[in-house]
Design a protein around this ligand. Structure first.
Ligand code: TPP
Length: 192
């Protein structure tokens, strides 16, 4: 499975969600499918996309939050899994694209390439709904199921270590920040 295909397969559902991604290849790939004001690409702060998603999910329980994470990022912030489990936001879908490498900085192998199991670690941290998927159809149905279920879900999608040729886009961090902030503010007017 290619990560870009996986994101493309669920892109239509992202319209009604708040989406936070890690930096690098994931961010560039999602932007290449099509940027939307409800997408925030957390640049630089490696490992913290799930923590930012957790904060939004807790503060805005009426919204559905999707986090697109990476194996290298998760491995930098394993405590984030225990915090997710402890607060168990019912409106958060946590997707970890596991390409077994730090693709965005040259493709160095991560511990998942030698057997570390992120879904197993998420389950051991206390996240009740976790799964690992290897094929696009399985990803599509796991994601749809997670969106339809009012509970925290971590989906580990095993993907090929391939990505875009460059990770720099024409959307600056500040522009993305203000646009996303306005999106959240306006979403609050709609829901109140
Ligand atoms: C604290 C910190 N350390 C290192 C980096 C450099 N860095 C940017 S992306 C990245 C790799 C991310 O790996 P992963 O989450 O597996 O995603 P992938 O690049 O494979 O899509 C690294 C090491 C960073 N941004 N922040």
């Amino acid at each position: 499975m290619k990560r870009r295909d996986a994101m493309e397969a669920v892109y239509g559902d992202l319209d009604r969600c708040v989406v936070v991604t890690i930096m690098g290849a994931v961010a560039a790939e999602l932007q290449s499918i099509g940027h939307r004001p409800n997408f925030f690409y957390l640049q630089h702060a490696m490992g913290l996309a799930s923590s930012m998603g957790l904060g939004i999910a807790l503060a805005r329980p009426e919204l559905k939050v999707v986090v697109f994470d990476g194996d290298g990022s998760i491995l930098m912030n394993l405590g984030g899994l225990t915090t997710l489990a402890r607060y168990r936001p019912r409106n958060l879908v946590h997707v970890v694209f596991d390409n077994e490498s730090l693709l965005s900085v040259g493709g160095f192998p991560t511990a998942t390439s030698t057997g570390s199991d992120i879904a197993g670690m998420a389950a051991a941290a206390g996240i009740a709904r976790t799964s690992t998927v290897n094929a696009l159809d399985d990803f599509r149905s796991a994601f749809a199921d997670a969106l339809a279920t009012a509970d925290l879900t971590t989906i580990v999608a095993k993907v090929e270590a391939v990505g875009p040729s460059g990770y720099v886009t024409d959307l600056s961090l500040l522009e993305n920040r203000y646009q996303f902030q306005r999106y959240l503010r306006d979403a609050s007017r709609v829901s109140s």
